[in-house]
Design a protein around this ligand. Structure first.
Ligand SMILES: NC(=O)CC[C@H](N)C(=O)O
Length: 427
């Protein structure tokens, strides 16, 4: 393609065809909006088709990272975490557990497959913003409905690109999670943004109430038959599961439905007594954002349910279960966020490659006798799963539903079904 054609394509977000391709591929081109800074063109030189820096990320350690903005503009504060998944950015953007956080993708090239409306993990993007190295200037995927930039702009989510994500990641690995402020507002000084980052904290804040549903609802969708990989054949054998929505990902619900469950989703504040009245076969405590010790009401609810019906906790649900059993949770240095965390299942001896997204963990030493650690993260030895067989309790710190991520841990849904089946048969 000639430079002129390339420049034209950049300026015009309409569809164009790559020349010299044996199978011409239709590509959609992201709109790169020129910043006001690019308006000052020196006479005799042509304006560049890309914009110069128009956004800042100011971290609480005092470092300032100049970047280019896409998506929404404004000023936003959040905790910066890095995610090592190679793809699945859309599922990451719609995972409610990222509320209050900026996700920095370590994979440098993001946006090339655009977004589609089937892969969303919740009804909106709850995260603070997206930080990436390079924003793909084109999208090419048969499922693509929209560019990443347009998607974020419509949802009022800030994104920055052309920032040294590798250097920021090294800083986070070395010093631990950092609060940052993203801003496109020239009127705000670096000092003001730094002050904002230092006054804000994610610890001790109830973020669940901002993401949970407001009313109960029934969920019926299974994994789309095109994508099904572990059909259980349990269609006729429905178990009624009540799922507490602490920020639940849709794929947890799809996997439960595919494994033969009828599901009622309830808000995080729904009383345990109401649940027990419905006599479900099992209760699921979902993933969710923020600090598990900032939601004592949820721990109380979990306590009231334990021992009365089989339960399965995932991520935040696992941490709340750990606390309800008498254990403690703590904040990790920079957490686990990615699609390739090795976990050993201590029962089977197998190693699973798992999808993870958490900043907190259960301290196994704080747990009472009878509670077993069933899974261990092999990167750092942290607790990745618990069971208390005497009360039909099981939980995982990571994501058996993956989305995005490997499917090695899908068997956990089958184990939950078996737990419910055992209790039902013996009732
Ligand atoms: N995915 C989750 O449920 C995350 C749990 C909790 N917010 C944490 O960061 O550890």
């Amino acid at each position: 393609m000639t430079t002129a054609a390339f420049n034209l394509a950049l300026r015009n977000p309409s569809t164009f065809i790559l020349p010299k391709s044996p199978n011409p591929t239709k590509l959609r081109v992201c709109t790169l909006r020129c910043s006001s800074a690019t308006a000052n063109v020196v006479p005799g030189l042509s304006e560049r088709p890309w914009k110069t820096s128009d956004a800042r990320l100011v971290l609480e350690d005092g470092s300032i990272w100049r970047a280019k903005s896409f998506g929404a503009s404004g000023t936003q504060v959040g905790e910066v975490v890095f995610n090592t998944s190679l793809t699945g950015y859309q599922e990451i953007l719609t995972d409610p557990s990222y509320a209050g956080q900026f996700v920095l993708m370590t994979n440098p090239h993001i946006g090339n497959t655009g977004v589609n409306f089937d892969d969303e993990e919740s009804k909106q993007c709850f995260l603070g913003g997206l930080v990436i190295r390079s924003l793909s200037i084109s999208t090419s995927n048969w499922r693509c409905a929209e560019t990443l930039g347009d998607y974020l702009a419509e949802r009022n989510i800030m994104g920055i690109y052309d920032v040294d994500t590798r250097a920021i990641t090294r800083r986070l690995r070395q010093d631990g999670s950092l609060v940052g402020v993203l801003s496109t507002e020239e009127s705000k000084t670096d000092e003001e943004l730094l002050e904002m980052s230092r006054l804000w904290d994610i610890v001790g804040v109830d973020l669940i109430s901002g993401v949970s549903c407001k009313e109960p609802y029934e969920w019926v969708d299974k994994t789309n038959s095109e994508w099904e990989f572990n059909y259980s054949g349990r269609d006729g054998e429905a178990f009624h599961v009540v799922a507490y929505d602490f920020g639940i990902k849709h794929n947890i619900l799809r996997r439960l439905a595919s494994h033969g469950c009828k599901i009622t989703v309830v808000p995080s504040t729904w009383p345990a007594s109401e649940i027990l009245k419905r006599k479900p076969d099992g209760v699921l405590f979902s993933n969710g954002p923020g600090d598990p010790s900032a939601v004592p009401y949820a721990v109380e609810t979990v306590k009231e349910i334990l021992g009365k019906v089989p339960v399965f906790g995932i991520c935040m649900g696992h941490q709340l279960l750990g606390q309800a059993l008498g254990g403690k949770t703590f904040k990790m240095k920079f957490g686990h966020h990615g699609g390739n965390h090795p976990v050993r299942n201590l029962h089977s001896g197998h190693v699973e490659i798992s999808a993870q997204n958490h900043n907190y963990a259960v301290d196994p030493a704080s747990l009472p006798e009878g509670v077993e650690v069933t899974h261990v993260n092999l990167n750092d030895g942290s607790c990745a799963g618990l069971a208390y067989p005497a009360q039909n309790i099981m939980s995982l710190q990571y994501h058996p539903e993956a989305s995005p991520g490997p499917r090695d841990s899908d068997y956990a849904f089958g184990e939950f079904i078996n737990l419910m089946k055992k209790v039902k048969v013996n009732a």
